[in-house]
Design a protein around this ligand. Structure first.
Ligand code: VIB
Length: 216
């Protein structure tokens, strides 16, 4: 049986992908023993994702070859923009991170790298390039979240960060992204491979960066 295109990209990055989804951050999160400073550093950076992420989703909508795909992507955009997702604000509150601390904290290199790659993929106007980055940003997150043992920790800061990335809507969306990449990726294979691999490298670096100032 031939490998799905999305699977072949993942396999080409297997070592880095696995290091990311089995990262110390994921282990400690699942055991509810992640240090507050590490969780805070991580969430401060992650909160800065959304703007460029929406640029990327918008580019995927614009560059898709199918109305049906635009509808699925558009519904996801609507959910991300419209849902009162108060997780970050409640988590910052619980961790004692005020707005001043957040605004004074500079982007780490992986955060800057992610913002740049999402905008770069958007600017290619290639649906395959956008899908490659989306498959990593969403698929790698679903993968680690599904590996976290149940029951989840009692602290909502830890538990909700898992359920945000492992729920039925998210599972369906990742399956859609994979099917789309399987469909259009082979037509733009080198470009898709390049964006996919760089995005996987950034995911690992992003987890590492949460520990950079701490006791790592
Ligand atoms: C480093 C990093 N990579 C991927 C995600 C996953 N993610 C990025 S945007 C988005 C949709 C809106 O919630 C999701 C699920 C993340 N949070 N942080």
């Amino acid at each position: 049986m031939t490998l799905r295109f999305s699977e072949s990209l993942r396999q080409s990055c297997e070592a880095t992908w696995t290091r990311a989804v089995e990262h110390r951050f994921v282990q400690e999160l699942g055991e509810g023993r992640i240090a507050d400073e590490v969780m805070a550093a991580y969430l401060i950076q992650d909160h800065r994702f959304l703007d460029s992420f929406l640029v990327l989703l918008g580019a995927a909508i614009a560059s898709s070859d199918r109305f049906e795909s635009r509808l699925v992507l558009g519904r996801f955009v609507g959910m991300v923009c419209g849902e009162e997702n108060t997780y970050f604000l409640r988590a910052f509150d619980a961790l004692g991170v005020d707005t001043d601390t957040r605004s004074r904290t500079p982007d780490t290199a992986p955060t800057a790298g992610f913002k740049a790659i999402m905008r770069e993929a958007a600017e290619t106007r290639s649906y395959a390039a956008a899908l490659a980055v989306l498959n990593v940003a969403e698929g790698l997150y679903l993968d680690w979240a599904q590996r976290v043992p149940r029951p989840l920790p009692t602290n909502f800061v830890h538990a909700e960060w898992v359920t945000l990335h492992d729920n039925p809507v998210f599972v369906d969306f990742v399956a859609f992204l994979q099917a789309e990449l399987d469909r259009v990726g082979p037509g733009d294979a080198a470009l898709a491979q390049d964006f996919f691999q760089r995005a996987v490298d950034l995911e690992l670096a992003f987890f590492d960066a949460a520990y950079a100032d701490g006791d790592a």
